[in-house]
Design a protein around this ligand. Structure first.
Ligand code: IPE
Ligand code: IPE
Ligand code: MG
Length: 238
């Protein structure tokens, strides 16, 4: 990135990786081919973003609503996940990237759950960027899980309901201990969060690009960071 030194690099970036299906359709290919190319972008951009100095990167790979897709597409996605989980075991070692999964992993097939656990385990002591891969992730589901945990503590452990703080909720989210995202990028041209980081996104800067995810590259990321640097973040102040 040119003149990167003068730029403020966001600490936590979230990306809604959208547009794989349309990318494939434009080329007369099945949607699953778009997902295969999207997985390649996922790998290369993760490395680049880590080298830019971002400390936390959250990539939205599969939502709690994506199970609604035709079985054929869901199966193709699961096959791609298997491969990118296997690749993730070694891919990010060189860059010391710590891989972590957010979402309800219990819904996946046993071999995928095992791979998720193994990937987290091999990366657990790494000191570089923390990569959160959001799989079967939904912001509402995450908030619901936190609410249930707090209710259980109130019932069983004497947690005083009137003393519950926003911080208590944050600590029960999948991203517990991590800063909120500063910048959320969505590829594929839509201007919505689609259930991504609903609680954490309160003051994130939103950047949408028409570029479809398989075409998203380092220059596109640089553009998003440049735009982010032009924003005035007031957090409700003046
Ligand atoms: C994003 O691309 C990947 C997933 C949601 C798994 P899409 O598959 O949503 O692609 P479009 O939006 O249909 O083009
Ligand atoms: C959001 O994309 C989910 C992911 C990128 C994983 P979708 O394609 O599912 O979102 P909608 O349906 O356009 O809102
Ligand atoms: Mg989409």
């Amino acid at each position: 990135m040119e003149n990167k030194k003068q730029l403020y690099i966001p600490q936590h970036v979230g990306i809604i990786m959208d547009g794989n299906g349309r990318w494939a359709k434009k080329r007369g290919l099945p949607r699953s081919v778009g997902h295969t190319y999207g997985a390649k972008t996922f790998k290369s951009i993760t490395r680049y973003i880590s080298r830019c100095g971002v400390k936390y990167l959250t990539l939205y790979a599969f939502s709690t609503e994506n199970w609604k897709r035709p079985l054929e597409e869901v199966n193709a996605l699961m096959k791609i996940f298997r491969q990118y989980l296997i690749d993730s075991l070694t891919d990010f070692r060189e860059d010391d990237i710590k891989v972590n999964f957010i979402g309800d992993r219990s819904a996946f097939a046993k071999d995928i759950i095992d791979l998720i656990n193994e990937t987290e385990e091999v990366a657990k002591d790494r000191k570089g960027m923390q990569l959160n891969i959001a799989m079967n992730y939904g912001g509402r589901d995450e908030i619901l899980t936190a609410v249930k945990a707090l209710c259980t503590e109130a019932r069983d452990s004497g947690l005083d309901i009137s003393s519950i703080t926003e911080e208590d909720i944050s600590r029960r989210l999948y991203t517990s201990g991590q800063p909120d995202p500063d910048l959320i990028i969505r590829t594929g041209g839509e201007h919505r969060l689609s259930n991504f980081m609903l609680y954490q996104a309160a003051y994130a800067e939103f950047y949408s690009t028409d570029t479809l995810w398989p075409d998203f590259d380092n220059d596109e990321f640089d553009k998003a960071v440049l735009e982010f640097n032009k924003r005035s973040r007031r957090f409700g102040g003046v």
